[in-house]
Design a protein around this ligand. Sequence first.
Ligand code: PRT
Ligand code: MG
Length: 227
Amino acid sequence: MKSPSPNKPLTLALSKGRIFDETLPLLEQAGIHVLERPESSRKLILPTSTPDLQLIIVRASDVPTYVQYGAAHIGIAGKDVLYEHMEQHPGGLYQPIDLNIARCRMCVAVEEGFDYHTAVKKGSRLRIATKYTRAAREHFASKGVYIDLIKLYGSMELAPLVGLADAIVDLVSTGSTLKANRLVEVEEITEISSRLIINQAAMKNRGAQLQPLIDAFMHASVEQTSA
Ligand code: PRT
Ligand code: MG
């Protein structure tokens, strides 16, 4: 696993959308201003007011990969994404801080009217559609429920409505997506928030440069949590 060249700016990998939006205030609190918005710019590398820090904008599920391989020194990713990533790539990443941003919960949901708890009690085999195959497999194994897993990459809410699955494992924040699709949450699997992740080799080689940034994130996330 290579560590990025020491003369290059530190690179922070983020996904656009909620993680970017909720990271901005943390950066601002650390006195770091992002000079362009990913929504209005097509650039994938965004400069900041700090010359030795740049951002790269990647898919949420790709953030751990960029950091693991050292293409970014540091990143922010949801625990949902990290848990799935670590199945194939255990180790290689420090995860020092829970930033408490982009909070939601991972849960099991079914179409209104489907009696999930009775199906589980009867020992029925369930078809589960999800992007989170590791979390789903481990959740149902711990309950002793036999499942067939169907891997999807998005719009999981559709699967029960068209007969692709009996249930989905997905993230819920306000609950309005489930409601709009006549689905109900029947079980919470875990709470989710986003963590700071750091390339292990970068921590060794550029620790002195990284530490103030880590401290700033730590400080800003504590401020935010107690605000
Ligand atoms: O969108 P893309 O396919 O590129 O990837 P992504 O969906 O993984 O990225 P993004 O930016 O949508 O989410 C990034 C991270 O935000 C996730 O990895 C989670 O850790 C976190 N997060 C927090 C959420 C939500 N809340 C959330 N509500 N991620 C997704 N959702 C989706 C959920 O899957 C469902 O479709 O929003 C919908 C439900 O929202 P409510 O408010 O209607 O309940
Ligand atoms: Mg999304």
